[in-house]
Every structure is written in C-alpha cells, then in structure tokens.
Design a protein around this ligand. Structure first.
Ligand SMILES: NC(=O)c1ccc[n+]([C@@H]2O[C@H](COP(=O)([O-])OP(=O)(O)OC[C@H]3O[C@@H](n4cnc5c(N)ncnc54)[C@H](O)[C@@H]3O)[C@@H](O)[C@H]2O)c1
Length: 114
C-alpha cells in the first residue's frame, strides 16, 4: 500500500518505534513511501541515553507513553494504520505478565478503532 483511496501517501503510527522491531518497521514503511509517526516513551530500561540514533529522522517522533490516552489520541490524528510495537523490555519479576497486559490493554482501552 503506497497510496490511500484518495491518492495520499498512507500514514502509520508505530508505537514503540524507537525499539528493535518498531525502528526497522519504520525504516521499511518510510522506504515504501509511508508517512510515519513514532510514539515511544523511551523506556529508561531500554534506552539509557535518550533518543537512539537509529530512530529515522524522516519520522515524526513523539515521546509519550501509550497509556497516556490524550497523547495517544493526539498521535492518532490523521493516521491510517497503527503498528503497536511498544513493549516493556527486560524481566520484571512476578509483575512481568501484569506489566505486559497493562501495556497491551490499557493502551487501547476506550480508543475507538474507527
Ligand atoms: N525482538 C524480537 O526478536 C521479537 C521477536 C518476536 C516478537 N517480538 C515482539 O515485538 C514487540 C517489540 O519488541 P522489540 O524487540 O522491538 O522491543 P524493544 O524493547 O526493542 O522496543 C520496545 C519499545 O517500546 C517502548 N515502550 C515501552 N513501554 C512503552 C510505553 N508505555 N509507551 C510507549 N513506548 C513504550 C520502548 O521504549 C522501546 O523503544 C514486542 O511485543 C515483542 O514481544 C520481538
């Protein structure tokens, strides 16, 4: 897909776009002609030194938590497709499953998919 029905370039929101999968996905989408917005909270456990150099310059980069509903709704403006790659990296002990579930469900709760 490199064109929407009305002829525009398609746009994507990549959550976790500063991470391993999200940044490669963003590179691919940009190369395919998509407009890309990344939303990533630069999780300190994953990114000790701030914005990593591999985040593509051509992407619109928003530093925010996917669980921040207002920030997420704002980042969804004008977006055709969401690639949800935000994930808590590392081991969080007994709370790990809880953290993953929280990130997956809280991020999308109440957001109208239309
Ligand atoms: N890396 C792999 O080999 C692999 C293989 C199969 C599946 N996956 C899956 O792909 C997804 C991404 O994995 P990855 O390897 O790119 O992880 P990663 O840790 O490299 O990237 C995750 C990104 O999400 C961001 N993030 C974390 N919490 C956030 C939050 N609350 N709000 C916004 N951003 C947040 C982090 O800052 C990071 O940039 C995960 O669901 C993982 O299970 C990864």
């Amino acid at each position: 897909m490199n064109q929407t029905r009305n002829g525009d370039r398609p746009s994507a929101l990549v959550t976790g776009g500063a991470g391993l999968i999200g940044s490669h996905l963003s590179d691919l989408l940009l190369a395919e002609g998509w407009r890309v917005r990344i939303l990533d909270n630069l999780e300190p456990q994953t990114h000790g030194g701030g914005r990593p150099t591999w985040v593509p310059e051509a992407a619109d980069f928003v530093v925010a938590d996917v669980c921040d509903r207002e920030a997420l709704l704002q980042a969804l403006q004008g977006v055709d497709t969401v690639f949800h790659q935000a994930a808590y990296g590392g081991y969080a002990g007994d709370g790990e499953v809880h953290l993953h579930e929280q990130l997956r469900y809280r991020a999308t709760a109440g957001v109208d998919p239309r």
